[in-house]
Design a protein around this ligand. Structure first.
Ligand code: ACO
Length: 344
């Protein structure tokens, strides 16, 4: 990666390389055409629309075609974000894809996306922090911009979770969906841009949410397949408790570090896992429902894609406007969590 030269626009914006502010200058998203409703799920596992809606708030989710991989969804989301940002693919210096469902173990999904976009000048890699992956990736990319190492980054959260959920396990398969969201990051003039970031992990709780098979611990074998280790496993009740605590604490800390008060936050975009988790965070943070952006009823939990898809919808529908202070907050397997305050 070479040191970025400074564009005339960035000179005008006061861009001075090291320590500059970093903004999201474009968003895009993609959801597969096929919609799987709760009524459809009633035909697959022993469940009801009523159970799913009361326990999770989810009504439907998008499911990728069999021949549609994570990078296919990621590429469309990225093209839409680049178009909104008015950035050409060859001007992208860095592509990070946050995913737990890469196309292959290697090469990285980011390399597949690079090729499809024609972003030949980009350095590409994947980042895995489960449902918090998108926030971790934005934080990582913004460090490259802040140090002046690069000028433009493309960060994508993309997942084909339908390929890793156990369609015989009603406790998990009703919760997840497929999709992709992308953002373009560039330097900007303060006080806009990312104001604060809080991240954390707790590796003592890896057992509560995992996909054990197919890695070096349990390489794929007839036995791992028979034991269904290639599917996601979750201890739902415990995940719920930790998710609520970690997200409300991270959110509160990020707001405090941004120098703003909670009343000044115009919109909160939480990880879209479960409506009851969102409600519990709302109660803990004492924020009225209208300030939370929620679309999980139409998408389910898309892990690393959840926040960027919601963010794109919030921006394109005018729910988030220029200069609005917003909070993004996520939690996922690992455990991993993070929160970020951005002045849009
Ligand atoms: N349909 C009907 N019944 C079901 C279903 C289903 N799909 N799933 C479970 N049940 C049954 C259980 O078998 C159980 O029956 P029993 O009492 O006869 O044993 C009963 O419903 C209650 O099950 P619980 O697991 O106690 O249900 P709970 O109220 O805890 O809700 C849920 C389960 C929705 C998974 C909840 O624990 C949760 O939301 N956890 C958070 C998980 C999450 O969002 N993870 C996402 C990944 S991490 C992240 O993104 C934050």
């Amino acid at each position: 990666m070479t040191a970025a030269s400074i564009s005339p626009d960035q000179k005008q914006a006061g861009f001075s390389g090291f320590g500059c502010s970093v903004a999201i200058v474009g968003t895009g998203s993609y959801a597969p055409e096929k919609i799987l409703t709760n009524a459809d799920l009633e035909k697959i596992v022993d469940t009801t629309d009523e159970w799913i809606v009361t326990r999770s708030g989810i009504r439907e989710r998008h499911i990728a075609r069999e021949d549609e991989a994570t990078s296919d969804m990621a590429t469309v989301a990225a093209q839409r974000a680049l178009e909104q940002a008015k950035v050409a693919p060859e001007d992208v210096d860095l592509i990070i894809v946050a995913t737990i469902t890469p196309d292959m173990v290697f090469p990285s999904t980011a390399c597949f996306v690079q090729n499809r976009l024609g972003a030949r000048n980009a350095t590409c890699f994947d980042l895995e922090a489960a449902c918090a992956g998108f926030l971790f990736a934005v934080n990582t990319a913004s460090q490259f911009i802040k140090t002046g190492a690069i000028r433009t980054a493309l960060v994508i959260g993309a997942e084909k979770l339908s390929g890793v959920v156990d369609w015989q396990d009603r406790t998990t398969c009703v919760l997840f969906g497929d999709g992709a969201g992308a953002v373009v990051l560039q330097a900007c003039e303060a006080p806009r841009g990312i104001l604060s970031v809080v991240t954390g992990s707790d590796g003592s709780l890896t057992e509560l949410l995992k996909l054990p098979g197919g890695g070096s611990r349990y390489p794929v074998s007839p036995q791992t397949i028979e034991q269904r280790l290639h599917y996601m496993k979750m201890v739902g009740k415990d995940v719920f408790k930790h998710a609520v605590r970690a997200m409300s604490e991270a959110g509160r800390k990020a707001i405090e570090q941004s120098g703003l008060s909670i009343d000044q936050i115009a919109c909160i975009v939480p990880h879209q896992a479960n409506m009851r988790i969102v409600e519990a965070i709302r109660d803990r943070m004492a924020v009225e429902p209208e300030r939370f952006f929620v679309n999980l009823d139409r998408y389910g939990n898309m892990s690393a894609a959840s926040i960027p898809v919601a963010l794109d919808e919030a921006v394109r529908t005018g729910r988030i406007k220029r200069d609005d202070p917003i909070l993004l907050v996520a939690f996922g397997g690992g455990f991993t969590w993070g929160a970020m305050v951005i002045r849009w």
